[in-house]
Design a protein around this ligand. Structure first.
Ligand SMILES: [Zn+2]
Length: 351
């Protein structure tokens, strides 16, 4: 099943919501740091191109020189094209070009559990949770050709989220982000050992912004005062590629979502085109107050055979009442969103 979903008319978006969501007050410093990177790099490159061409003329350019010049010339002309297209302004006043290409967000069918695979237009890869089965994750890694993971996130340390990450560690994750509460299980110990063997850098979720190529990843750390239960300490991940946005918050229960609402976190303010149902459609996950802020257009329930009654009628009714299109990995298999920077996207369900 494949369907094109047109971008919602901008008129439907309440005025004032969008700028606030894109430039959250509390997250300004990190955004500022990330934005000027491209312009800074571009300038020395141009200079290097001139230098190479001069020395090349004297001694006759080698084929490597010519290949280098072609690449540099392309880079410069692409930069010029982007400049002509214009785009938004960053807070430092530099022109920010609209990102090119597409981001894919795959809600992998891992049975009862969660695993979301994100790939940036530049081919950078992020895996958020890995499901409960190592062999199932190995199959997905083969299917989607994952031989390198740039960012791995464990939303929390429950087995239906981290067991598959042990297999995924084979893809040498550069960075591993978790909630800072180590698990007490053998599975958690295996994951830590596997990541240490790959010399992965460990980071606690602390509301940092991670750049996955041109995809901006806002990590939403568990709020203080929610106790030490794993579900309520789920790490949230909000990603943004131009106007296309997705939100995943693991198994956050009411206590955590209420605290995030209380904090008025910019990262949770919708709309989101892609959204993962909290806690596999449990009754203590998504709730009216939360969805009123998150405003998802589509929800994916990552669920398989289980004894918990997931997804619950409570959650399904809630999505229906809010006009949210529902996908379920137990019925649709892997569900893939392909997003463009202008906010348009397609949804492909395996079945
Ligand atoms: Zn779970």
């Amino acid at each position: 099943m494949s369907e094109k979903v047109p971008k919602k008319a901008t008129g439907q978006k309440p005025a004032g919501q969008k700028p606030a969501g894109q430039k959250p007050a509390g997250e300004k410093p990190a955004a500022k740091k990330a934005a000027p990177r491209t312009p800074r790099k571009a300038a020395p490159r141009k200079a290097a191109a001139r230098k190479t061409s001069r020395s090349g003329r004297k001694r006759g350019p080698s084929s490597a020189d010519i290949a280098g010049l072609v690449v540099l010339a392309l880079t410069v002309s692409l930069a010029a094209c982007n400049g002509m297209k214009g785009g938004g302004q960053t807070e430092t006043g530099q022109a920010q070009t609209a990102p090119e290409g597409q981001v894919t967000v795959r809600f992998l069918d891992v049975g009862q559990g969660d695993a979301v695979l994100v790939r940036s237009p530049e081919g950078k890869t992020m895996l958020i949770d890995g499901g409960r089965s190592m062999s199932r994750m190995e199959d997905h890694m083969k299917t989607y050709g994952i031989d390198k993971i740039d960012v791995m996130v464990a939303t929390h340390a429950d087995a239906d989220h981290i067991a598959g990450l042990v297999a995924a560690a084979e893809a040498k994750p550069t960075l591993f982000i978790n909630n800072g509460l180590g698990g007490t299980t053998k599975t958690w110990e295996r994951l830590v050992a596997a990541l240490q063997a790959q010399k992965t850098t460990f980071r606690k979720a602390s509301n940092q912004i991670v750049n996955l190529g041109s995809v901006k990843v806002q990590v939403i750390g568990p709020p203080p005062g929610v106790g030490d239960a794993q579900n309520d300490n789920s790490v949230g991940v909000a990603l943004q590629f131009g106007d296309f946005r997705a939100l995943m918050t693991g198994d956050s229960e009411l206590k955590e979502t209420a605290a995030w609402l209380e904090q008025d976190r910019a990262g949770i303010r919708g709309p989101f085109q892609a959204y993962k149902s909290i806690h596999h459609g449990a009754a203590n996950g998504d709730n009216p107050a939360w969805l009123a802020v998150v405003r998802p257009e589509n929800v994916v329930i990552s669920v398989g055979e289980n004894n918990y009654g997931h997804p619950t009628k409570t959650a399904l009714d809630l999505y229906k009442q809010n006009g949210i299109r529902i996908y379920r990995t137990d019925q649709n298999g892997t569900v893939t969103f392909t997003g463009n920077a202008d906010g348009t996207y397609t949804v492909d369900a395996q079945r």
